[in-house]
Write a protein that binds this ligand. Sequence first.
Ligand code: CMP
Length: 136
Amino acid sequence: PVERTLVLIKPDAVRRGLVGEILGRFERKGLTIEAMVLRGMDAALADQHYAEHVDKGFYPPLKDFMTGGPLVAAVLVGDQAIEVVRTLTGATDGRKAAPGTIRGDLSLSNRENLVHASDSADSAKREITLWFPDLP
Ligand code: CMP
């Protein structure tokens, strides 16, 4: 089925000039960009977006990183987009992510891992509403 998913191209990717490289991989796969914006993530949005992680030890530095510079938020659409985007993104830890994935090819970090992608239909719905409240 055709699905929508939320992708964040994180501040490390913007800083490193990898936005085009990362978006290009999603586009070449056949996914469509339905909405996109370059913006910052403030502390309140970080706490909402990462609600399931706010109590974890890795959250404070994650929050500093995610609020530390502009990022690109996008809604991608396509057949089984949620799983397809997660597969293209690769495992969380860039040091362990498989070659051929975005993180496996381009990240050497467990935190600065270039991309966030919704992990389920429920989180896609929640995250799209959070980042693009005006999207029908
Ligand atoms: P993301 O897919 O955005 O979801 C949660 C983020 O927390 C994850 O990508 C990483 O950036 C970060 N993260 C997850 N686990 C760890 C960890 N063990 N140490 C540091 N950062 C982590």
